[in-house]
Design a protein around this ligand. Sequence first.
Ligand code: SF4
Ligand code: SF4
Ligand code: SF4
Ligand code: FES
Length: 529
Amino acid sequence: MPRVTIDNQAVEVPEGATILDAAKQLGIEIPTLCHLDGCRPNASCMVCVVRINGRADLSPSCATPVVDGMVIESETEAVHEARRTALELLLSDHSGDCLAPCVNGCPAHMDISSMNRLIAADDLRGAIEVVKADIPLPATLGRICPAPCEPSCRRAAVGGSVAICKLKQYVADQDLETDAAYVPTCEPHCGKSVAVVGAGPSGLSAAYFLLRAGVDVDVFDRNTLPGGALRYEIPPERLPRDVLNGEIDVIRRMGARFHADEALGAEISLEQLQLAYDAVVIATGGVDTDLLGHMGLETTRQGLRINPESFGTNLEGVFAAGGAVRPSKLAIRSIAEGKAVAGCVVQYLEGKDIQRPDEVGFNVRLGKLTAEQLTGWFESASREARHEPENPVQGLDAEAAREEAMRCLHCECGAQEDCRLREQAAKYQANPKRFSGGIGRPVSLRVEHPFVLYEPGKCIACGLCVQIAERDREALGLTFVGRGFNVHIDAPSGARLDEALRVKAQECAEACPTGALSLRAGVAISEPR
Ligand code: SF4
Ligand code: SF4
Ligand code: SF4
Ligand code: FES
């Protein structure tokens, strides 16, 4: 049996094994896109390259058989750079959006598409769970938020953007009106406690997400009632107090203890809080920088100085977010920061290196599309124009909300959670614009099959689906079409995908390393396995 060394570890492998097989045997992870166990090597993506001692060029590990005595390196600078370049070349002509454009526009990055899908399916319980995964005060925001997500909505080009904010309000109002409003499940108590100073949007949000993570929370506020600017600056005609109180009550039921009429620097001191709690979050809104300076906190002209990557102030265990750092009139931004600071505090309490958790990760974007390019996305969406509520405070009624939700095009990539191209691009910090002079492939979504969607602009021509279809039982199968950068797969002789893939569609979609072939959301699959 040949014996090889990879990254200074020796291993014996069966005759005919590849370098990738040997690496797997050693537990060394080499990234792959066009490789699938059981399929012939195609060696088209070059993401799996390694360095073999004595060879000038790097070699694809998935297609290179080992030879006795080989010495291989899989983690050098040059190997990493080559993998990054391979990914950037694949991305240079990749036409897709990892995330729906509205998610990028929403400071809290709420999963708007899933909310819309659940409203359209009349699953309001599911919808409120989706909303409250990112936004603790949706009924409140539905009435006051200027909806920065909506200008990015793909439907803006056809009948007006989806009324995202009013749909969120509808879901939250319906929930508050039930006898059993949704109270999110919290992780088991972790034994740590945090003082949140300020019960405005950022403080309430920080408290909510800390509670969800199993942290004990006391919220201190200088006012008699919680809500901060939401209660004391927005008139009740615009934001009815039963709505605000109802949403705060959910946070109370999750375990928050509210302490009224306790102002920092007057009734309570920072020193006391530091002694009594494992961490302190200052979320007081606008601050008196002189007062905070006397407490030993560093300030800027706008508010508290923080490390933007961790929300940490200059004092150990003291964090700050929202208007206490920088004035903002946008409550959704304060709420998003409350969530982010809570994530940082949880990492701090766990003794981890803090990484700001509110980034959306690697993301390619299509930019603006024309109505013609959007044809495929309209296959299952309503063509009606946007519904506006007659009374914005009361919001949409049930019928209008369902119809509005059906206008959503669900622009996110069907593979956003398991796309290997996205995963590796994030890992190797690939820049999708590095080779952006490419032709830019046409954007299209083909809805021809009952369980799978096909987007040729995301195909990296790995051929795995072609092999799977030809390997067994597909009479027609798939073939490569196009030239140069525009090579992609298709059904032969102008056939449709549902004719080409009668029994192997699911397997092809699961094998596809990108979102080119993806399973349709919410569709039951009835294919022989
Ligand atoms: S195929 Fe992957 S990289 Fe492309 S849009 Fe989808 S998730 Fe993003
Ligand atoms: S159509 Fe739907 S998924 Fe697409 S941007 Fe608008 S709300 Fe988001
Ligand atoms: S559609 Fe087929 S050829 Fe294209 S990336 Fe997916 S599996 Fe590979
Ligand atoms: S070349 Fe090896 S996985 Fe693509």
